[in-house]
Design a protein around this ligand. Sequence first.
Ligand SMILES: O=C1O[C@H](COP(=O)(O)O)[C@@H](O)[C@H](O)[C@H]1O
Length: 280
Amino acid sequence: MEREISALYEPKRNNEIRIFESSDEMSTDLAEYISQVSEISVKERGYFAIALSGGPLVSFLGKLCEAPYNKTLDWSKWYIFWSDERAVAKNHAESNYRITKEGFLSKVPILNGHVYSINDNATVEDAATDYEFVIRQLVKVRTIGVSESNDCPKFDLILLSMGSDGHVASLFPNHPSLELKDDWITYITDSPQPPPERITFTLPVINSASNIAIVTTGDDKSEAVHLAISDNADGPEAPSSLPARMVQPTDGKLVWFLDKSAASSLDAENDDAFEQHREY
Ligand SMILES: O=C1O[C@H](COP(=O)(O)O)[C@@H](O)[C@H](O)[C@H]1O
């Protein structure tokens, strides 16, 4: 399959940045990437445990619902989780579950019993505890893998999108939740963006994944992309607690999927974080 990527940068670390001319090209490549990760996971482990996020991410999953993927993927082996959820009812417009159900899950043959949504009928504290319990059970039976470096779940793939403030999942800049080391799932009641109450994976869980993709588009994200990625963005304007910058897989691989607008503040020629390869 011919790559439709306008530019591809491979960094010295185990990270990669893919930059696309259009959303359509990005969706096409993202579908191929997810398909490859799922095939490898099913072959190696017998399961594909994927965690999704909210925001515009779901709109980029559309190609997975079309040929060839709707027929070729082994959907019966997919297990769905959420990296974060807002404390609203499942039918609320701001529910990450609802967005995912309408835009993706209702269009592919994933088994209902493999969809692990976050409880919308409990306090955020209880919902976080319940979700961690469920994930612990699935790690015990290895439906979700386990990290070799710590006892964290090792999701086959965590798909994130990033807010213009650099937040990922519901981990916000300078928030104490960024410090958590032992919890897998936590809750916040003071989100700077509505709704205030949310449940979220912690950084140790995100960074233990085999694969992490951060999918981000638009001009309004370009400064946060620069602060999150560039080696020369250290300094007061790039606090070390910028959540997207703290996404660094321990043993896995991170791929950024960016459109040209989101990548517009990256200076690939001078940025020594990345060796540049262009594939037109
Ligand atoms: O609140 C959330 O936002 C981010 C994405 O931010 P956006 O500005 O692109 O909408 C998303 O990753 C997260 O799952 C969600 O709960």
